[in-house]
Design a protein around this ligand. Sequence first.
Ligand SMILES: Cc1ncc(C[n+]2csc(CCOP(=O)(O)OP(=O)(O)O)c2C)c(N)n1
Length: 327
Amino acid sequence: MPPIKRTKFKLSTEQLLEMFRWLKLIRAFDERLSILVKQGRVRSGVYTGIGQEAVIVGTGFGLRKEDFICPLHRDLGAFLMKGVEPRVMMSQMFAKVTGLSKGRDSALHSGVSELGIFGNTSMLGANLPVAAGLALTFKMERTDNVVVAYFGEGASNVGDFHEALNFAGVQRLPVIFVCENNQYAYSVPLEKSMAIDDVADRAESYGFEGVSINGNDVLAVYQSTLGAIARARSGEGPTLIECKTYRWHGHSEHDKAFYRSDEELAMWKSRDPIPTFTTYLQSRGVLDDAKLKEIEARVTQTIDDAVEYAANAPDPVVEDAVTDLYA
Ligand SMILES: Cc1ncc(C[n+]2csc(CCOP(=O)(O)OP(=O)(O)O)c2C)c(N)n1
């Protein structure tokens, strides 16, 4: 098993700013959703990924339109990065006809095959064998497309995870398993559900490499993903990337997260991926105050527009419940 090489990369000023915009947009989208839930305006369960944005941006940035992602409940940002308009995503949360599933479903189960987004079910881990299946299709069709499958450290304890990794390892499939290790599976801390420290260690038993990285460092996530993508595209098979991170909010917006301490939360907030990247960009002369203000204003405008669009969009009608069915 050749070790993962540290992939060299160079990003232009525009690409770095693009990454920054995504971090800001995804954070703002979740923050607004959190407010909208409290206002009773959202008709979906909301599982924010605030604090985890660098994982989504770092793993999504190097993907092509033809590549597939298999996102989970906390990965709305991955939908946005893959091309779902904020208006459409917000409509999905409002259960309006302008949403992905036209108001017939909670936010968490929608997919868009034309954009390479597989719609997940509620069964955690069940997206992983599907990801392996998609990757098998890509291999059989002799394309060099890849699949990125997201999961939490909690989901890495279910059987589907192990079956998917085993199959992907045996078949050398072009799939990148991205663990968003945010330390908790609902209220269960990592050490109560796993007897090892690193989910990444699990890859070795399936014959491929796993790496454990700082999931709050967007460039580190990007670098590891680039290496994994290059391996997958060239037929060298899967990689597991474990991104150590933290979710700032509870499991969902109704969870006050009393099972963790204020000190722990404060410690992780001090590792917020966005200020870290902001400082980096400022120190390299990529971002100045004027540009920062411009990006923040554009993000706010995008979110305001998405909320207004979703709020004013029509509700589904009863007849819609039986359209788009497969006979
Ligand atoms: C197979 C399965 N078991 C249990 C649940 C209930 N459940 C929903 S979210 C969750 C915690 C998931 O934790 P993790 O996989 O670490 O992802 P995170 O929510 O932390 O991002 C659980 C146990 C489920 N949806 N599916």
